[in-house]
Design a protein around this ligand. Structure first.
Ligand code: SAH
Length: 235
């Protein structure tokens, strides 16, 4: 068991061509791939990660999707992560090579982050294979520099209050907001009212057939802002 490595593998945001060669080769070589999915509020089960893996020519029968329910509280989510971790330990005992994937990058708001302390605690060797984070692809999709020269960048996620965004705009040239749903209805009307000269970029489900990209504030206000969306604000 000691000499087995657990791989944390980044899949990129959605376009299967944006996975790295190293990630692809690792996924081809392992015996089992753990991939996160979600149970939506309406009970529908989805895995964006699996959708990225499927077109890559990897044997999908070795993919073990685990679903995180949007209704779960922290305790239930922790229980799920613990049971997944125990499954991984079992695989290692059975001499299997294991990868744990994440859409976007593996070190950036990734579920793999919950595995790392457990792996460290048990002295299990792991290796992380980085990838393109969704907000970086958003810059290319919108045809803009995310940041340049001496301008600073701030990334916010699951923002709890609008004042957090105001503070970030005060101190940064670019503000990226991930996990938008917490403030999806209030934020843009507030920004429109308070600031005259901000520029906006909004992306949804990058790299999928439902991709949506806009720089028009009215168009962005009208969107429902799904979980897989990012707003970029620039001064
Ligand atoms: N590890 C991912 C982030 C996962 S957190 C990364 O490196 O990008 C989930 C958040 O990422 C979502 O709420 C959304 O803000 C963003 N996201 C991930 N994939 C996306 C995609 N394909 N299109 C738009 N946003 C995406």
């Amino acid at each position: 068991m000691q000499n087995k490595i657990v791989y944390g593998v980044a899949l990129g945001p959605g376009d299967p061509e944006l996975i790295t060669l190293k990630a692809l080769n690792t996924l081809k070589s392992v015996d089992k791939i753990y991939a996160p999915g979600s149970v939506m509020k309406n009970g529908e089960v989805k895995s964006h990660a699996l959708g990225i893996i499927e077109p890559l020519g990897i044997d999908v029968s070795k993919v073990r999707v685990f679903h995180i329910s949007m209704r779960f509280d922290r305790t239930e989510t922790e229980k799920l992560y613990q049971s997944i971790y125990e499954e991984i330990l079992e695989d290692l005992k059975n001499d299997l090579n294991v990868a744990f994937v994440s859409e976007g990058d593996i070190s950036f708001y990734s579920t793999f982050g919950y595995m790392i302390p457990r792996l460290k605690n048990d002295g299990i060797i792991y290796e992380m294979i980085p990838g393109v984070p969704a907000f970086i692809q958003a810059g290319s999709a919108l045809g803009i520099p995310i940041t340049f020269q001496n301008r600073s960048l701030k990334v916010l996620a699951a923002v709890k209050s609008i004042s957090e965004v105001d503070d970030a705009i005060d101190t940064s040239g670019t503000v990226v907001i991930m996990k938008l749903s917490t403030i999806k209805d209030q934020l843009l009307p507030h920004l429109k009212e308070k600031y005259d000269s901000l520029r906006y970029g909004y992306v949804e489900k990058l790299g999928t057939d439902q991709e949506f990209i806009s720089s028009d504030i009215e168009e962005i206000i009208a969107r429902d802002k799904t979980y897989f969306s990012i707003l970029i604000i620039q001064k």
